[in-house]
Design a protein around this ligand. Structure first.
Ligand SMILES: [Zn+2]
Length: 105
């Protein structure tokens, strides 16, 4: 899978809530065991390095290392765009508005 395809899948998951905007409270590294990656949906093979963690509601998630980094990077860029007061990328606004977290404080 190329980077662009992976980034699009991860953005889509952020937009639908399949991946959280918050970093994992706990994260650890491991190897794959044949489960699907929560980032790109491809199998995390036994030879692949994976990052595992649970999100803020305790949901377990497992991603390829590359997908984990891409997820962090996309989150950071989306948050930075919002923090700067500039127009957020459309996918960011869509992802944040249903949760009601924007403008509630
Ligand atoms: Zn992946």
């Amino acid at each position: 899978m190329n980077r662009r395809t992976r980034d699009l899948r991860i953005r889509g998951k952020l937009a639908t809530g399949a991946l959280p905007w918050q970093p994992f409270p706990r994260v650890w590294a491991g190897t794959g065991d044949g489960h699907a990656c929560d980032g790109c949906d491809e199998t995390v093979e036994r030879v692949d390095l994976a990052m595992e963690g649970t999100d803020s509601v305790g949901r377990p998630l497992r991603l390829h290392v590359e997908c984990f980094r891409a997820w962090e990077d996309i989150r950071d860029r989306g948050m930075a765009a919002l923090a700067s007061g500039g127009p957020a990328p459309r996918w960011t606004a869509e992802a944040l508005s249903p949760a009601g977290s924007a403008g509630q404080h």
